[in-house]
Design a protein around this ligand. Structure first.
Ligand code: 13P
Length: 249
């Protein structure tokens, strides 16, 4: 049985005061959450949020990580630094990183390895654009994104990793994938990993992301291969996020 996990990706939102209020409300509800709960604030707030949640059953994740271990990489933050400030998770390959900052499959794979190497749990994001879905190449795209990581990290690395299927057309659009669409791609992802290692694939938690809200979370999480969610906009509203977590029961 895979324990569900719901992660909030705050993206570039929030202030110290807003974070404090949001996290206070999440801590209050955290004992009742039927799933693992993770928050991913912007880097600059990781330490403070980490302090705030340190005695609560809430995990801390970074939204991205540098592929390099250390050195002259102005503005970047290494995996070891993220670990040092209390992170357990790091998102890699979010579509906004892939599309807006031109992170290609090779770089995403290196980031995955960098995060994994220091003991972080990478949350590898994969997903197709609307144009790719309409062209009928969703599995080709998602397969390629997965294979790039499998090639350098190996299937065994997925014993400590999560994969988030985030169709680009569903992110921030209010138009979520239907439960059937999500399930189909999740089953494909699991099979792709299972082809390398069936046991690891069976234990791997696959999150769905893209316009998850309290109103649609339960039907998405009900799918056999959907093991939770990676939530953007709705994770900034405490009530809504708590209700999404409750839907993982
Ligand atoms: P939304 O939930 O705002 O659609 O964002 C999804 C996402 O990109 C989470 O990483």
């Amino acid at each position: 049985m895979r324990r569900p996990l719901v992660a909030g990706n705050w993206k570039m939102h929030g202030t110290r005061a807003e974070n404090t209020r949001l996290v206070e409300a999440l801590i209050e509800a955290s004992d009742e959450a039927p799933c693992d709960v993770v928050v991913c604030p912007p880097h600059v707030y990781l330490w403070e949020v980490g302090r705030q949640i340190k005695d609560a059953p809430i995990g801390l994740g970074a939204q991205t990580v540098c592929a390099e271990a250390q050195g002259a990489f102005t503005g970047e933050v290494s995996a070891a630094m993220l670990k040092d400030v209390g992170c357990q998770f790091a998102i890699v390959g979010h579509s906004e990183r892939r599309l807006l900052y031109r992170e290609d499959d090779t770089l995403v794979a290196r980031k995955f390895v960098a995060a994994h190497a220091v003991g972080l749990t990478p949350i590898l994001c994969v997903g197709e654009t609307l144009e790719e879905r309409e062209r009928g190449v969703t599995e080709e795209v998602v397969g390629r994104q997965l294979d790039a990581v499998l090639a350098v990290a190996g299937a065994t690395a997925f014993a400590r990793a999560l994969v988030a299927y985030e169709p680009v057309w569903a992110i921030g659009t209010g138009k979520n994938a239907t439960p059937d669409q999500a399930q189909a791609v999740h089953a494909f992802i699991r099979a792709r990993i299972a082809a390398r290692d069936a046991t690891i694939a069976d234990g791997l938690r696959l999150l769905y992301g893209g316009s998850v809200k309290a109103a649609n979370a339960a039907e998405l999480f009900d799918q056999p291969d959907v093991d939770g969610g990676l939530v953007g906009g709705a994770s900034l509203k405490a009530d809504e996020f708590v209700r999404i977590c409750a839907a993982a029961a």
